[in-house]
Design a protein around this ligand. Structure first.
Ligand code: PEP
Length: 261
């Protein structure tokens, strides 16, 4: 088995601040009805917090996994408006995004806070999906690897390499998120390979088994090329995860790549 075959593809939908009870019910119904009977890839959705219980109930006994879009770095206490890892686990969530670029840029999450959130997720048995990526200005200044390394090293310094055995990384160039501009498969592969080599310097085994997702305007039309790359293990999908048709178009491509069809 090759390393890539040991890392099942993951197609994950980040719904951001979209949805209603009706929309969540319809979207999940569409996805459940349209998934292959035996998906050769993994599927996950990240709803807004308030819809986590509804998602938990709807996807129980299905292949769809779910989690939240962030969590508190604290376990409990006087943190008005925050949601802890224990609360997510209480609703059977098993994953959580940490350090999404919108959390970093709009809510000022620092590398250190993201590292604390990654640690909090692990403390509660949640699989953290660490989002990293450079802005357009940073890419144009030739700083892509430096930025991504800084974001990952902050987490490595906090939790150590072994912890990455329980996590996922999502490389999401900020200039590609929600813009309709996708990194080419080669551009994305180059950064994914860099991320894997960064971790391999600490542990070859952990690096080989770590799923690294690509995010940034993934659609049915570009998913096959991206997911076929040796170090790209699926996608974190924003806009195209909000309709069953668009999300399933990406899932179809994941199934093709995973089965070699
Ligand atoms: C995201 O927000 O994680 C994302 C990748 O969004 P989009 O697919 O819309 O670019």
């Amino acid at each position: 088995m090759t390393d890539a075959q040991q890392r099942p593809l993951l197609v994950a939908g980040n719904w951001k601040m979209h949805g209603s009870r009706v929309m969540v019910a319809e979207l999940l119904q569409d996805i459940l009805a349209g998934l292959p009977e035996k998906p050769a890839f993994q599927v996950a959705v990240f709803p807004p917090f308030v819809y986590v219980p509804q998602v938990a109930e709807t996807v129980a006994d299905s292949p769809i996994r779910f989690g939240a879009q962030t969590l508190s770095e604290h376990d409990a206490g006087a943190y008005t408006g925050e949601i802890s890892g224990a609360m997510l686990v209480d609703f059977n969530a098993d994953m959580v995004l940490v350090g999404h670029s919108e959390r970093r840029s709009l809510y000022g999450e620092s590398d250190q806070q993201v590292a604390d959130k990654f640690a909090a997720a692990l403390r509660h048995g949640l699989k953290p999906v660490l989002c990293v990526g450079e802005t357009l200005a940073e890419r144009e200044a030739g700083q892509t690897n430096e930025v991504v390394a800084r974001q990952i090293n902050a987490v490595l310094d906090k939790v150590g390499i072994e912890a990455f055995g329980k996590g996922v990384i999502a490389y999401e160039p900020v200039w590609a998120i929600g813009t309709g501009k996708t990194a080419s498969a080669d551009q994305a592969q180059a950064v994914h390979a860099f991320i894997r080599s960064l971790l391999a310097a600490k542990s070859d085994t952990i690096a080989r088994l770590l799923p690294i997702l690509y995010g940034g305007s993934v659609k049915g039309g570009n998913a096959y090329d991206l997911f076929s790359m040796p170090d790209i293990d699926g996608g974190l999908i924003g806009g195209a995860s909000l309709t069953g048709k668009d999300f399933l178009a990406i899932c179809d491509q994941a199934q093709k790549v995973a089965t070699g069809a």
